[in-house]
Write a protein that binds this ligand. Structure first.
Ligand code: SF4
Length: 176
């Protein structure tokens, strides 16, 4: 039988995504239950993913966005188009070439295969770089750069900052 050694409930994190319609009592009850269980409670305003949809949005190509994604957008507390406008203005003039999600993190699937990042879903861009156990990390990171054509558009439009929640407005928790 398995036994949890040095089990620390505080290391279990409940990550609650906030939409327009699950604030107030629902949020308060989720927090209370989590704290009763001794777990950590984290919140973030839900955002739109993946990167392909955000690129359609910034290009004004709304007809390419599926109806269910438009429905999700209507439930977000921050309109993604408005949030991206704000991020572009906050980071105006910066010569960005890097992305923390690509350059400082690894996205692995259950087989240990590496992908450029967790924010790309379309198979055209969501490329299998190779297995984590088969290559040194430097080779993997270099291969990610070579497979990351979509990153240029993502970085130019500051979409990577949107994924990193690098926006004070986007981070605000509801007051009720
Ligand atoms: S630039 Fe965008 S698509 Fe590329 S790794 Fe970063 S978040 Fe993902």
């Amino acid at each position: 039988m398995c036994r949890l050694i040095n089990y620390d409930p505080k290391k279990v994190q409940v990550y609650y995504l906030i939409y327009k319609d699950n604030t107030g009592d629902e949020l308060a009850r989720a927090r209370e239950l989590t704290e009763q269980l001794g777990f950590s409670f984290l919140t973030a305003n839900a955002i739109l993913m993946p990167v392909e949809l955000l690129i359609h949005l910034v290009n004004g190509n709304r007809q390419a966005i599926p109806k269910d994604a438009l429905d999700i957008i209507s439930h977000l507390r921050q309109d993604p188009g408005v949030a991206l406008d704000r991020l572009r203005s906050l980071h105006k003039g910066e010569q960005l070439l890097t992305c923390k999600l690509r350059d400082e993190q690894l996205t692995l699937d259950v087989n240990g295969d590496v992908y450029v990042c967790c924010s790309i879903y379309d198979s055209q861009w969501h490329k299998n770089i190779g297995n984590y156990l088969d290559f040194p990390l430097e080779i993997i990171q270099q291969a990610k750069l070579e497979c990351a054509e979509i990153c240029d558009q993502c970085i130019a439009n500051r979409i990577n900052y949107y994924f990193l929640n690098d926006d004070p407005e986007l981070n605000k928790e509801p007051t009720q």
